[in-house]
Design a protein. Structure first.
Length: 141
C-alpha cells in the first residue's frame, strides 16, 4: 500500500508560486472606492449625530466641512459649550478626513435640530449627502 500526499518539494514549489502571484495581485486591489464609500457613510453619521446632540442639549452644533475632511464642534452662545464636540465612541475631537468635491462650508444645527439653509455635500467620486433646509434631515442621494 502506497502513502498518499504531497512531497516536501511539491509543497515548497506551490508556496513559492502563491507568493509570486501575491506580489503581483495585491497591489492591483483597488480599495479607494471602499474608502470613499466609508468616508461618505462616516460623514452622514456625523451629520445625523450632530443633529441629535443639538436636539438633546438644546445647543447649536456646527460641522465644518473642508476639502480634506470635516470637524464637529459646539456653536456656543446662551450658556452652551464651545470647542470640539467629543467623538461618541473614540473620545477626542469628532473629526474625519476624506476628499470633498463640493459643498464645503459650515452646517449649523440649532437647538431644535434645524438648519437655516440646505447643503449638498459631494464626496469625491462618491455619493452626494443632502441636508434639507429647515428640517435638517440628512440623506444620501
Amino acid at each position: 500500500m502506497r502513502a498518499r500526499g504531497f512531497t516536501l518539494t511539491e509543497l515548497v514549489l506551490i508556496l513559492v508560486l502563491v507568493g509570486i502571484l501575491a506580489t503581483f495581485a495585491v497591489p492591483r486591489l483597488n480599495i479607494e472606492g471602499f474608502e470613499r464609500q466609508s468616508f461618505a457613510r462616516e460623514l452622514t453619521i456625523a451629520l445625523r449625530h450632530a443633529q441629535r446632540v443639538a436636539i438633546a442639549s438644546g445647543c447649536g452644533v456646527d460641522i465644518s466641512i473642508q476639502a480634506d475632511g470635516y470637524s464637529v464642534s459646539w456653536a456656543g452662545g446662551d450658556g452652551c459649550p464651545t470647542g470640539a464636540l467629543p467623538h461618541p465612541s473614540r473620545g477626542g475631537p469628532f473629526a474625519g478626513s476624506g476628499q470633498i468635491g463640493s459643498g464645503t462650508g459650515t452646517v449649523r444645527f440649532d437647538g431644535l435640530g434645524r438648519t437655516a439653509s440646505g447643503s449638498a455635500i459631494a464626496v469625491t467620486d462618491g455619493p452626494t449627502i443632502l441636508v434639507e433646509a429647515g428640517s435638517g434631515y440628512v440623506r444620501s442621494a
